[in-house]
Design a binder for this molecule. Structure first.
Ligand code: SF4
Length: 342
């Protein structure tokens, strides 16, 4: 797929004190990209457009080069012990993305250039966990591979984790440009997962991301380079013909992936579609013709992370999804591990 290039880039003054901040400034000076030096609080009002529908697509083409503040890392269950960010948001435009709520008022992309501080903070979280293995998720607030051709920061992070005995990195992506990562000294300390879904979900809701063939091709390259491999099937949706389409998905995956010599068992993480009332409001404003099924009467209300209610499938429907998708996986990938279903 075509590589992302922002329309405009904001540089926060603090970012220019770091080597990566300076490198990125030089990089964008040589591109046809508008550069604006300002502080973070000015960014939202400087993005062109007046209505949500006008502003949102422009925000998704805006990159802010900034620094990560604070040292407390959030817990990231069930995927990892902690999460940290190299980027927030991504060039993709998935209608159901949870950032519709979490970053509702700041839908622009951010990348953090103070890698030295981020790595020091990770080391101190590992030290606090005595001699146990500590896992870190790097893609819970965005997709770092989507910006890697600009920042290079995921590569540096993978090599940093390659040197750590008591820590493992977990990445997930819907992008496919993995070539710069293939020759890195990762030491098999990074589990690389690809987000996959049925034809209907990818075609209707996952705009500006790599298609399934591209993701699966990238997955086989990553496994070939010795990274532990995984897949996240999310969000799993029920719609007319969902069972046939998910079966087709795993048949296609088996064709491509079964010949891959993965050094550790392939993992699968299964996440059903859910939405919050706030997300629904934003999605309808940003994607007025959306086909996303957000009919509350067919769902169950559950208390979710960050103090928000979310609508999940009913217990009966969720149970059917779990059982059906798990059986598709175990029949085709008997050695694989299903980490969780939520
Ligand atoms: S690729 Fe991931 S982070 Fe980016 S919009 Fe889609 S779901 Fe959100």
């Amino acid at each position: 797929m075509e590589l992302f290039m922002p329309e405009r880039v904001f540089f926060e003054p603090s970012a220019l004190k770091y080597p990566l901040g300076k490198e990125l400034y030089e990089y964008f000076r040589n591109k046809n990209t508008e550069i604006i030096r300002t502080t973070a609080q000015n960014v939202s009002r400087m993005i062109p457009g007046t209505t949500e529908r006008e502003k949102f697509p422009r925000a998704k083409k805006t990159l802010v080069i900034t620094t990560k503040k604070g040292t407390k890392l959030d817990v990231c269950k069930p995927s990892a012990d902690y999460e940290f960010s190299l980027v927030t948001n991504c060039p993709g435009n998935c209608e159901y993305c949870y950032l519709q709520t979490a970053q509702a008022y700041k839908p622009y992309l951010r990348t953090y250039v103070n890698l030295e501080d981020i790595f020091d903070n990770i080391k101190s979280h590992i030290a606090n966990n005595e001699n146990k293995l500590t896992t870190f998720e790097v893609a819970s607030s965005g997709d770092p591979l989507g910006l890697e051709h600009i920042t290079g920061s995921l590569s540096k992070t993978i090599e940093f984790f390659g040197t750590l005995e008591n820590a493992r990195l977990r990445v997930v992506t819907k992008f496919d440009r993995v070539e710069p990562l293939l020759g890195l000294k990762h030491n098999s300390h990074t589990r690389f997962r690809f987000s996959i879904n049925s034809r209907y979900v990818i075609n209707n809701f996952e705009h500006n991301t790599a298609n399934l063939e591209e993701r699966v091709e990238a997955a086989s390259k990553i496994a070939g380079a010795g990274y532990p491999l995984g897949f996240i099937v999310a969000p799993i949706m029920r719609y007319e013909g969902w069972k046939e389409e998910y079966m087709e998905l795993f048949d296609r995956l088996k064709e491509k992936i079964n010949s891959v010599n993965s050094i550790e068992p392939i993992t699968f993480e299964l996440i059903q579609h859910r939405f919050t009332p706030t997300a629904k409001e934003f999605i309808i404003k940003r994607f007025p013709g959306t086909k996303l099924d957000m009919d509350e009467s067919k769902r169950t209300l559950k208390w979710g992370k960050f103090g928000r209610y979310k609508y999940t499938y009913t217990k009966e429907h969720a149970g059917e999804i779990k059982e059906f998708i798990s059986s598709l996986i175990t029949k085709r990938f008997p050695q694989a591990l299903i980490d969780y279903f939520v």
